[in-house]
Design a protein around this ligand. Structure first.
Ligand code: ACO
Length: 327
């Protein structure tokens, strides 16, 4: 059997506080009916002033390590996929390394928007297959509610906070990552971005007054590209690993919009019973949505060892990607 990156353990962490659609009705001009019909979201989790990317990532990581039976000292590499690190630098992954006391591990962040977890899987796969690492912690974490403009009804109803973690280890028992596919198109960057706070528009009184430190999105344009690229990415990875949609036991798509998820399932001719949906409870948690869903599946009765799971995402960049993994 060839060496594969096997997912040995999973974990997730979300803040306790729930923000419902009814709560949002009191904050902006919107309705539970609009949000439910247009997005599928009913509620989302929202962190308090003490919630940071590294705090949720560490909590999720500890659960994944416990399931995997892996100790901090076993980790060779820590990858954190996020666009909302605690601060621009040091990286969130270095803070997680410190929290876990994983002194042997190298650490770096990956910024690929909502596709960050799939990009992370691909990087981890490369490190494991090249022999540079044996055991890797990969976390997708996002505290999007701290860059959400709570006066903009077109975006503030969509996002939530959360973290999902996996432990990947080199193994030759047939389980693990069968392949990944990644894509990007920077020409669409300004459809979904946070303009302020970088070297282009450093923080200033003017950037604050212009509300540049919040997420901005052309939702409808992103929606159309998402429907196209999510379907394309699924077909690309199926072709790459020589599988047919009917060999997939479960599709775990990035949870951005129920209508995008349904369109992707339809393109693959997969029944919704084979599609994992939890957007109603968490909203869009960006790079955390797929590992959080993976953890829910692993800890539920639907989990069967050796299941073929298709993961697919798209997000800021714009970026997109897919992976097939035997879990
Ligand atoms: N409540 C009520 N009405 C609203 C709301 C709201 N919260 N938001 C927008 N509307 C109104 C608009 O003003 C518009 O009104 P108008 O027709 O009078 O102008 C109408 O609803 C329709 O607006 P659209 O933006 O065209 O609505 P759409 O059907 O496209 O749904 C949505 C909007 C949910 C944002 C959708 O476009 C979407 O999901 N886009 C993709 C988002 C996404 O997945 N982003 C990528 C990942 S995020 C990341 O990477 C961090």
């Amino acid at each position: 059997m060839p060496i594969l990156a096997e997912i040995l353990g999973t974990g997730r962490a979300v803040p306790e506080r729930i923000l419902t659609n009814q709560d949002l009705e009191r904050m902006v001009e919107t309705s539970d009916e609009w949000i439910t019909e247009r997005t599928g979201i009913k509620e989302r989790r929202i962190g308090d002033e003490n919630t940071t990317a590294s705090s949720l990532a560490t909590e999720a990581a500890k659960k994944a390590m416990e399931m995997a039976g892996v100790k901090a000292g076993d980790l060779d590499l820590i990858l954190v996929a996020t666009v909302t690190p605690d601060m621009p630098f040091p990286s969130a992954s270095c803070v997680v390394q410190k929290n876990l006391q994983a002194w042997k591990a190298a650490a770096m962040d990956l910024a690929a928007g909502c596709t960050g977890f799939i990009y992370g899987l691909s990087v981890a796969d490369g490190f494991i297959k090249s022999g540079q690492a044996r055991t890797i912690l990969l976390v997708g974490v996002e505290i999007l509610t701290k860059i959400t403009d709570w006066t903009d009804r077109a975006t503030c109803v969509l996002f939530g906070d959360g973290a999902g973690a996996v432990i990947l280890q080199a193994s030759n028992n047939g389980n693990g990552l069968l392949g990944t596919y990644l894509g990007a198109d920077g020409r669409y960057g300004e459809l979904l971005f946070m303009p302020g706070g970088g070297s282009l528009q450093p923080a200033s009184q003017q950037s604050l007054d212009q509300r540049l430190h919040f997420l901005k999105m052309e939702g409808n344009a992103v929606f159309k590209i998402a429907v196209q690229t999510m379907g394309d990415s699924c077909l690309k990875i199926l072709d790459r690993v020589q599988m047919k949609p009917e060999q997939i036991d479960l599709l775990i798509p990035h949870q951005a919009n129920l209508r995008i998820i349904q369109a992707t399932a339809k393109r693959l001719k997969l029944p919704m019973s084979k599609v994992y949906v939890n957007i109603d409870r968490y909203g869009n948690t960006s790079s955390a949505s797929i590992p959080m869903a993976l953890d829910e599946v692993r800890r539920s009765e639907m989990y069967r060892p050796g299941m073929n799971v298709l993961l697919v995402a798209f997000g800021a960049g714009l970026t997109w990607g897919s992976a097939i993994v035997k879990i």
